[in-house]
Design a protein around this ligand. Structure first.
Ligand code: ZN
Length: 339
């Protein structure tokens, strides 16, 4: 009854990249790296199937980081001279590449892993791309001099790749916009407009993922400053309800997001986060089912999809596997409860 999927990323095996890191170094080069990326993708396709997930993702095994993986195929970006920049409103510092010229795609970005994903599962497939606002917040601008202009330039490139992913046979294309929870007014205006531009012309299922970030210390510290109720979604959800994006992925379990905010997404499929990515403790099916039960007060049954709060990338493989199993078992239990 309740479909299951993940927000996007999964841990990379030690033979592919450094483990336990958000920006890991690759352990291979050239042809061997290309092969290892697809081998790791196959491993996770099968582990997701084995866990019983309905919509299968590539686990972002072929990209070093969810934003920079896309940027590597964009002309006009200087990767050789990275600079330190405070990102997500200075929540943490990162070494980021610089935009130095007009942006253009060098070619396909994710053809290899998307076609590989499509070829190796019969289930529905999902592919993630960074959203325009989040990209703009994860790169240094030395050319456009205007965040909105640069966001729309990226949105056009994202749209080009998204249409190609759809032609590859991908069923769900999701844009990741954690920046929507940081720049609340801008998200509700040009952020959502740039997102709509990125999704223009897509006829497959479209989605947006908005979270409070990976379970890294800087994010945990930030969450501790947000008070008793996290109302960040309140501004952007009504703006999202008005555009064509079909699914919205949000954090729920162990967050202080008031569940009633989900009611602002009337008409959308809601991917409810029922798996915590900031803790290695594996949820019980009961806990997952309870979280789904809470969401059902504000989301109609047919619109509820069980999902993770965010990506599982920095975790150990064992923990991630345990969490995928808990997700599926909990969704089945929740379905039993409402029958
Ligand atoms: Zn996330």
């Amino acid at each position: 009854m309740f479909k299951t999927t993940i927000a996007g990323s999964l841990p990379k095996p030690g033979w592919l990249a450094e483990t336990g890191k958000l920006w890991p170094r690759w352990m291979q080069e050239g042809e061997a790296l290309a092969r290892a990326k697809l081998d790791a993708t196959l491993l996770w396709i099968k582990l997701q199937e084995e866990a019983g997930l309905d919509v299968i993702a590539d686990g972002e095994q072929a990209r070093q980081h969810f934003v920079h993986g896309f940027l590597e195929q964009v002309e006009g970006i200087d990767f050789d001279h990275k600079v330190e920049m405070g990102i997500r409103n200075d929540r943490y510092k990162a070494m980021v590449p610089q935009v130095v010229a007009p942006l253009r795609l060098k070619g396909r970005v994710h053809a290899a892993e998307a076609q590989f994903l499509r070829a190796h599962t019969d289930r529905r497939t999902k592919f993630t791309l960074p959203g325009p606002m989040t990209i703009v917040d994860t790169v240094a601008d030395r050319f456009y001099g205007d965040r909105v202009k640069m966001a729309f330039a990226f949105a056009e490139l994202l749209n080009e790749e998204a249409l190609a992913l759809q032609a590859d046979g991908i069923d769900v294309i999701q844009f990741d916009e954690p920046a929507f929870n940081v720049y609340l007014d801008e998200a509700a205006t040009w952020g959502v407009e740039a997102l709509e531009r990125a999704a223009q012309g897509l006829t497959c299922t479209t989605a947006v993922h908005i979270c409070y970030g990976y379970g890294i210390q800087a994010n945990i510290d930030w969450k501790n400053t947000l008070g008793e109720e996290w109302r960040q979604y309140e501004k952007v959800f009504p703006a999202l309800a008005a555009i064509s994006i079909k699914q919205v992925s949000l954090e729920c379990i162990h967050s202080r997001v008031p569940a009633d905010l989900m009611a602002l997404l009337a008409g959308k499929d809601v991917m409810v986060g029922v798996i915590d990515v900031a803790s290695d403790t594996i949820e019980t099916p009961e806990e997952v089912a309870d979280t789904i039960g809470r969401a059902l007060q504000f989301v109609p049954q047919r619109h509820l999809i069980a999902c993770t709060n965010c990506g599982l990338a920095p975790m150990s493989r064992e923990v991630a596997q345990g969490k995928l199993e808990a997700l599926v078992k909990g969704a089945a239990l929740a379905a039993e409860r409402v029958r």
